[in-house]
Every structure is written in structure tokens, then in C-alpha cells.
Design a binder for this molecule. Structure first.
Ligand code: PAF
Length: 288
């Protein structure tokens, strides 16, 4: 496994692979890898002959007052895990090598980036799109794998790839969850044992919504949203948003629409559990 820091070194290594006919899959990460990331690596291997994992806590996607400085970093541990997964290359740029002092470009994906996280975290998706585009260029990726936990991010990247004809195949991987259903996230490690118990409410939402809809098949978006909010706040969670959207374009459903009449409905939410902001999303079906 090679570890490289500079985009030019990575591009040269990837170019020589391409010349030799290799297919390159990229798994972009911010490090502090958990089993969810490792599943993305496993998935990437099915699509390619060379797997590159980038590890970079991207300052551009953090707003003022967010957790950039405290974001967990564990490079040595990450490298060990990736070696065990037979990753071929870790790309671990420094902020200086990736964003030199005269760097001024931002990539902005209108539409799908504007609601939900785009409202709560202004500028976040410009930071994500900019770094992802740079990662694609550095690694010459044919395929890139993203977790569905960050569902809006996945849609933003897909839109960017379409709009800019990037020719990178984007694979969405189902959210990897703990035994009780909590989505794996590097931020889960911020949770105290008590907060982890509160977070269980979020973990149980898939079950809750399924039960609710099987007893209330005609429920409207407003009714289900209210029921979900009541369910979540039985624990001391602070809801940022709970929305019902269409999975295809993340457009919000009308409050009077019947949930099960919406095409491919998805519940998306963000909630504060103590000082930790958790996001999640669940496809809604009557019976699964
Ligand atoms: O999902 C993440 O970890 C990040 O947003 C990503 C895609 C690596 C870009 O920094």
C-alpha cells in the first residue's frame, strides 16, 4: 500500500495505473475510519482493480463554529485498517498541498444542495463539491463510492458529475448501522453513554415509521412528521429538521400529501444529541 501526500504524486501514480489498463475506484473519507468506511472500501474493490482511499479533513466544508479543529483524526490507525483491506493507495493531502494560499475556486451545485443541510450548514456543499472534484482529478477515478448516510451529499456529487460530464461512476452504498440501528459515524465517538442511549431514538426510526404507516396507511406528510418529532423528543434530542422528501431529487413533499403516494419517499433528519449533531435518512415503505 502506497501513502502519498501531494496531488501531483497521486496523479502520476494513478496515471501509470491507467496506462497499464487498471480501473481506479476512490473512496473519499475524512479519516477516523469505522466499519462503515471499510464496507465502502470492500464495495469499491468490486468495481475496480485499484482502490484509492483519500483521508482529508476538508476545511472548506466546515462552517464557523463547527467541529473542524476537534474532528477526530487517527491516521496511523486508519492506515493499518486500510492495509488490512488491501487498499492500494492512501491519498492524505495536507491542507497546504491541497489548498495553496492562492486557491480561490469554489464549485457550487445549485438545487439539490440548497435545502436540508444546505440551510443548516451554509457553504457546506460548496466545500464538499470542491474537494470531491479535486479528489477525482488527482486520482483519475473511474468509480467513486459514497455512503448513503450522507444522502444529500451523494445527490450533490451525482448532480455535479452529470452537469460537468465527469465520467466518474458514482456508487451509493447503503448506510452501515450498529446492532441497534444507529448509523455508523465518526462523530458517534463524541457521544457520552447517556447521549448514546438518547441517540437510540434515531436508530429506532426505521421501525417506528414502518409501524406507524402500517397502522396509518393514509397518513399525510404533516401527520407522520409530527409523529416522528414526538417520538424523537421523548429523549432530550434537539431537532434541527425532520422532512419527508422524494429520494430522487430531495424535493420536499407537500404537507397534505399522503406519504405512501409520494414517489420513493424518504425521511431525512438532523438532530442534536447533546453537543453532537447527528444526521440520518430512511426510505419509507409500508412493509419491508
Ligand atoms: O463524507 C465525507 O466524509 C466527506 O464529506 C467527503 C466526501 C470525504 C468530502 O470531504
Amino acid at each position: 500500500m502506497i501513502i502519498l501526500e501531494h496531488p501531483k504524486q497521486v496523479q502520476a501514480a494513478c496515471q501509470s495505473w491507467k496506462t497499464a489498463g487498471e480501473i481506479i475506484a476512490l473512496v473519499p473519507t475524512m479519516g477516523c475510519l469505522h466499519d462503515g468506511h471499510l464496507k465502502l472500501v470492500e464495495c469499491a474493490k468490486q468495481y475496480a482493480t485499484k482502490t484509492v482511499v483519500s483521508i482529508f479533513v476538508n476545511p472548506l466544508q466546515f462552517g464557523p463554529g463547527e467541529d473542524f479543529d476537534n474532528y477526530p483524526r487517527a491516521f496511523a490507525d486508519d492506515a493499518e485498517k486500510l492495509k488490512a483491506e488491501n487498499c492500494d493507495l492512501i491519498f492524505a493531502p495536507t491542507a497546504e498541498s491541497f489548498y495553496p494560499s492562492d486557491f480561490t475556486t469554489r464549485v457550487s451545485v445549485a438545487g439539490v444542495s440548497e435545502g436540508l443541510e444546505g440551510i443548516s450548514r451554509p457553504g457546506h456543499f460548496d466545500g464538499v463539491a470542491t474537494v470531491v472534484l479535486k479528489l477525482f482529478h488527482a486520482t483519475l477515478a473511474d468509480v467513486a463510492v459514497f455512503g448513503e448516510k450522507d444522502f444529500q451529499q451523494l445527490r450533490v456529487v451525482q448532480q455535479m458529475v452529470r452537469d460537468l460530464n465527469l465520467g466518474v461512476r458514482i456508487v451509493g452504498h447503503p448506510t452501515v448501522r450498529e446492532g441497534d440501528g444507529l448509523a455508523l459515524s465518526s462523530r458517534n465517538r463524541y457521544l457520552s453513554p447517556e447521549e448514546r442511549e438518547w441517540a437510540q431514538r434515531i436508530a429506532e426510526l426505521s421501525f417506528f415509521t414502518r409501524e406507524y404507516l402500517s397502522g396509518n396507511a393514509g397518513a399525510t406528510v404533516a401527520e407522520l412528521t409530527q409523529a416522528v418529532e414526538e417520538f424523537l423528543t421523548r429523549a432530550p434530542l434537539r431537532i434541527d429538521y425532520v422532512r419527508m422528501v422524494s429520494s430522487a431529487d430531495l424535493k420536499p413533499a407537500g404537507v397534505e400529501d399522503q406519504v405512501l403516494q409520494i414517489s420513493d419517499p424518504r425521511l431525512v433528519l438532523a438532530a442534536w444529541c447533546g453537543k453532537t449533531r447527528l444526521i440520518d435518512n430512511f426510505p419509507l415503505e409500508r412493509n419491508r
